[in-house]
Write a protein that binds this ligand. Structure first.
Ligand code: GLU
Length: 374
């Protein structure tokens, strides 16, 4: 078979690859980014009820109207994004699928999409699949991977059409302060750059406050998902929102032509995510993750690495000066700990490894760090 050019330059997802490699007896798997909690019962019951009621058919491609209305209300009430209604919301098969649809709709041959360096593995791959070009904007370990002078200078020089922002961020857990996001947004307005704000970790935040740029800027598509907040990674449900309905309608063409619509009963389940019960479960999960983060930082302190305390998500991204991160990840796997090498997330990840504490309790983390430190 002669494959299409667009897939030849794209590697398999490193997060999935290293997760598969770590699924061996005796290995403590700190690779994949997912919480190990169950989905809140109220959400599961709502999905089961929808199944029993026979809600098993196609839904409107943008998603069931009730869910889109609830999302618009959430974005207004919690994120201060006031210019939305349900027609400006698109429910998707996870954050990943909606980012893919957005990129396919907005970027093509000759277009440049700027992303942070390091960034989640799929941004680069999706931009390449769209035949567009990737431009990396430098983040530094010693700045806690928060956009600094280099990032801003590169942004001011870029001729990118799109910028992907991700706070709290994967793979670093960095929470970008509101003032920094505003500085970035001001440059984007001036330079006519549209922003995809990936906010899937917004509720997993320990220090700092989440800020949604769409609350004050129009040139933004907000992306979010149920996956991390409610531990629903297997449900595949996310969404995007934009003040410009014409943009959402275009993205919907890609979504409709590739997926039709999201799983019907999963969407009814997700409606229950807006209940007090589900919100409480999400808060409790965040508290447990904060204890894990604190424990992990204590153990990181026993090593000779550069690692700022991450304010959110469930990752740490320590920099081992002079280390080859690919070799380090392989060696750690041999010693019984699965991690993802930092260079999979961009050249600025060289020498780092991503450790996810989303799916290991403190007992397992303790054993894992004993092995890492040894
Ligand atoms: N986003 C998670 C991660 O970075 C899940 C896997 C993936 O989709 O990449 O590990």
């Amino acid at each position: 078979m002669i494959f299409a050019d667009r897939v030849l330059g794209v590697k398999p997802s490193a997060t999935f690859k290293y997760d598969a490699a770590a699924k061996k007896p005796g290995v403590i798997n700190l690779t994949i980014g997912r919480p190990d909690f169950d989905t809140p019962q109220v959400i599961k019951e709502a999905a089961k009820k929808a199944l029993d009621e026979g809600r098993v058919h196609y839904t409107p491609s943008k998603g069931i109207p009730e869910l889109r209305k609830a999302i618009a209300e959430k974005l207004e009430g919690e994120n201060n994004i006031t210019n939305l209604d349900r027609d400006k919301i698109l429910v998707s098969g996870g954050g990943k699928q909606i980012i893919y649809c957005i990129i396919m709709a907005l970027a093509g041959k000759g277009d440049v999409v700027a992303i942070p360096n390091p960034a989640w593995v799929s941004y680069e791959a999706q931009i390449k699949l769209a035949n567009a070009e990737v431009e990396w904007l430098t983040l530094k370990p010693e700045e806690g991977f928060i956009p600094g002078e280099d990032f801003m200078n590169e942004l001011e020089e870029t001729n990118a059409k799109l910028l992907i922002l991700n706070s709290p961020g994967n793979p670093t857990g960095a929470v970008i302060p509101e003032r920094t996001i505003k500085k970035i947004m001001d440059v984007c307005v001036e330079r006519d750059i549209f922003v995809i704000s990936d906010e899937v970790y917004e509720k997993i935040i320990y220090e700092g406050k989440h800020y949604s740029p769409a609350s004050e800027y129009e040139n933004v598509i907000t992306v979010n998902a149920f996956s991390k907040t409610y531990s629903m990674t297997g449900w595949r449900l996310g969404y995007c929102a934009c003040a410009d309905r014409a943009i959402i309608d275009r993205i919907d063409i890609v979504h409709q032509q590739s997926l039709s619509c999201c799983t019907s009963f999963a969407q009814y389940g997700a409606l229950a995510a807006f209940s007090d019960e589900a919100k409480l479960a999400a808060e409790q999960m965040c508290e447990e993750l904060k204890s894990r983060r604190d424990y992990v930082m204590k153990r990181i302190g026993e090593m000779d690495v550069v690692c700022a305390k991450p304010g959110g998500a469930f990752y740490v991204f320590p920099y081992f000066n002079g280390a080859d991160d690919l070799e380090l990840a392989d060696e750690l796997l041999e010693k019984g700990v699965g991690v993802v090498p930092g260079s999979a997330f961009g050249s600025q990840g060289r020498g780092c490894v991503r450790i996810s504490y989303g799916s290991a309790n403190i007992d397992l983390l303790s054993q894992a760090f004993d092995r890492i430190i040894r």
